[in-house]
Design a protein. Structure first.
Length: 322
């Protein structure tokens, strides 16, 4: 046997286990990490999607809530897990895009340590104010902030998340001074805004929809390119003269970077098919969440563009997290 043929045979032998594993995948339950507490938007989205995924894959997809550090702990654990497709996660924009420019101590690199399988959903951000704030429109809020620089306080769900970045983008675009009060999640932030301790916030629509519909919070603008069906009278930031303030939150499906490509392809196909199903799309739409399910290449390109876009905002705002 020639040296060339021996190399070919050796390569075939070494690659066979990976090929066989991919052909048999999945043959046991898949662990699906949600890096936030149960009950939040990421958890709700995950439970809707994984139920359909499980039926398509023929194996249970078991959710494990592994919260901490704004989602970093859960995603870092996936980056370091066995690359076999049996540990995957829903990853927020903050962990895949914002933190690349906010932190020097990232425990993983999203473009090197993770396989970016697909964008699961896009979640519009909405700007709301406490009902006692004397501003009925976005223009009136800007005027109020300019008349009282540094007095209005905005809440966020934590440093570096989309609600924080969306408000910073709005602040820079409008040329106003605001005070930032970060919280450990959406629930305490909303509670303090309802109590009048903070005046405004950007957040995922599902977080604020009930209070907006109840009239306890006033919606001023949607940070998306299009209006949403659940709040058809709320204009977009572009319609209100601030097209730069585009701030859709988004979540993607990720796995360890070394996961075999055939396994990743099966996962992408299952998620994309789930997101195309009428039942999943309808359940997500009821939460004002938009199903995506693009290709891995499209999602990777989008993540790179979001890293670049938010890097400019972060630099202009002078934000750095330790």
């Amino acid at each position: 046997m020639s040296a060339f043929m021996r190399v070919v045979c050796l390569v075939g032998i070494l690659s066979w286990p990976g090929v066989l594993a991919a052909q048999e995948f999945p043959n046991r339950p898949i662990k699906f990490i949600v890096p936030f507490p149960a009950g939040g938007p990421a958890d709700t989205i995950s439970r809707i999607v994984t139920e359909k995924m499980a039926s398509l894959l023929g194996q249970p997809v078991v959710i494990e809530n592994r919260a901490g550090a704004g989602g970093m702990i859960g995603i870092a654990s996936v980056a370091k897990s066995d690359p076999n497709g049996y540990t995957i996660a829903i990853a927020p924009s903050s962990q895949l895009a914002m933190n690349m420019n906010l932190r020097d101590d990232m425990p993983f690199h999203p473009l090197k340590d993770l396989a970016l399988i697909t964008q699961i959903v896009s979640v519009p951000e909405i700007l709301v104010v406490n009902e006692k704030v004397p501003a009925k429109t976005l223009a009136e809020l800007v005027a109020l902030a300019k008349a009282e620089p540094g007095k209005l306080v905005y809440a966020s769900t934590g440093h570096g998340g989309m609600p924080h970045m969306a408000m910073e983008l709005f602040r820079l675009t409008a040329g106003i001074q605001l005070v930032h009060t970060p919280y450990t999640g959406a629930a305490p932030a909303v509670n303090d805004m309802l109590g009048g301790h903070v005046q405004m916030m950007f957040a995922d629509v599902p977080v604020l929809l009930g209070n907006i519909q109840a009239g306890t919070l006033r919606a001023l603008a949607i940070g998306s390119r299009q209006r949403i069906a659940n709040l058809p009278t709320v204009a977009t930031t572009a319609e209100l003269g601030m097209p730069q303030v585009e701030a859709d939150n988004w979540y993607g499906l990720v796995a360890p970077a070394a996961t075999p490509q055939p396994v990743l392809a099966k996962l992408q196909s299952a998620v994309a098919e789930a997101l195309r199903s009428a039942e999943v799309k309808d359940k997500l739409a009821a939460q004002s969440v938009i199903a995506v399910g693009n290709s891995s290449a499209e999602f990777s390109a989008y993540v790179k563009s979001e890293i670049d876009r938010w890097a400019k905002v972060i630099a202009a705002a002078g934000i750095k997290l330790k």
